[in-house]
Design a protein around this ligand. Structure first.
Ligand SMILES: NC(=O)c1ccc[n+]([C@@H]2O[C@H](COP(=O)([O-])OP(=O)(O)OC[C@H]3O[C@@H](n4cnc5c(N)ncnc54)[C@H](OP(=O)(O)O)[C@@H]3O)[C@@H](O)[C@H]2O)c1
Length: 273
């Protein structure tokens, strides 16, 4: 990763585990200084300790992205440094249910993190990049953002917003020297997925996802991680005709069926995910 273009500091939102921690490790190895953002102090300190032991300069801040003043809070540790790269990884999809039955806090939090958070952070750190004429922004998406999915209405809609927003931001920022990428990921072996009881041994390792994001930051506006089946799923869910059939065909399946489908893709690809 080009430290001159995207450094010296990178802010990784949701940087305490999984894909976010993998971004932190790979950026630290390339000489970046890091600000890691997440809620729980313990995992933040653990990742920071590991990176500092390797020689990196790391700041951490415990912050909740669902709070309206979260950016002000994060800025207390970034206003005095030059942030050349923003990786907004946190996406928080841990509660499923029919939209009309869910407590209001659930969709509100998803929208705050994936819509308001991504746009606010991109605007703030993007403005600094614009002034310097260089930098990069990676906003994390999901294959779920290609079609509305029952029991995940706010989540799938928020990831669709993220993709369309990123495409527009990419178009605007290219002439300014800022690379913008929507990193569209599929089933990935993160601790969040493990906590949901998903069979993460069948999923893409987070290190691969972070690597593809960094390697393709200049290949925006959208990069679909190359896990077998991801591209095909995105394509099938994107057709314009017969949306009723598309929505039905892409209905969220029980978690055990996700496992079966991941196993099938793995077998077909002969891959060692
Ligand atoms: N894993 C998958 O299979 C998968 C599939 C498609 C898309 N994605 C997308 O990939 C990204 C990473 O997913 P993930 O599975 O690692 O789970 P995640 O919960 O979105 O991300 C975990 C990271 O985000 C932090 N975080 C979560 N909620 C937060 C909040 N309210 N405020 C501040 N930090 C918060 C977590 O730390 P704390 O808990 O300490 O706050 C942790 O550092 C997300 O954008 C997700 O939508 C994942």
């Amino acid at each position: 990763m080009d430290l001159q273009k995207y450094g010296p500091w990178a802010v990784v939102v949701g940087g305490s585990e999984g894909v976010g921690a993998a971004f932190g490790r790979q950026l630290a190895a390339d000489g970046f200084k890091l600000v890691l953002v997440a809620r729980k102090q313990g995992p933040l300190d653990e990742v920071a300790g590991e990176l500092r032991a390797g020689g990196a300069e790391v700041r951490v801040i415990s912050a909740d992205l669902s709070k309206h003043d979260v950016l002000d809070h994060v800025r207390t540790v970034t206003d005095d440094v030059e942030v050349g790269l923003l990786v907004y990884n946190a996406g928080a999809n841990n509660t499923r249910g029919p939209y009309l039955d869910l407590p209001r806090e659930v969709p509100d939090s998803v929208i705050a993190i994936n819509v308001l958070g991504q746009t606010e952070f991109a605007r703030h750190y993007g403005q600094g990049m614009k002034a310097r004429g260089k930098g990069g922004i990676i906003l994390t998406g999901s294959l779920g953002g290609y079609v509305g999915s029952g029991t995940l209405a706010a989540y799938s809609a928020s990831k669709a917003f993220s993709r369309v927003f990123t495409e527009a931001l990419w178009a605007e920022c290219q002439p300014m020297g800022i690379d913008v990428l929507h990193l569209n990921i599929g089933f990935t072996a993160t601790p969040a997925m493990a906590r949901l009881g998903m069979p993460i041994e069948l999923a893409e390792p987070p290190e691969n996802v972070a690597r593809e994001g960094l390697d393709n930051i200049a290949n925006g506006p959208v990069w679909i991680v190359s896990t077998p089946g991801n591209y095909e799923r995105a394509k099938l869910a994107s057709v314009v005709e017969n949306r009723a059939d598309v929505v039905r065909a892409n209905a969220i399946r029980p978690r055990e069926e996700t496992a079966a489908s991941a196993a099938e893709h793995k077998k077909l690809a002969g891959s060692s995910l």
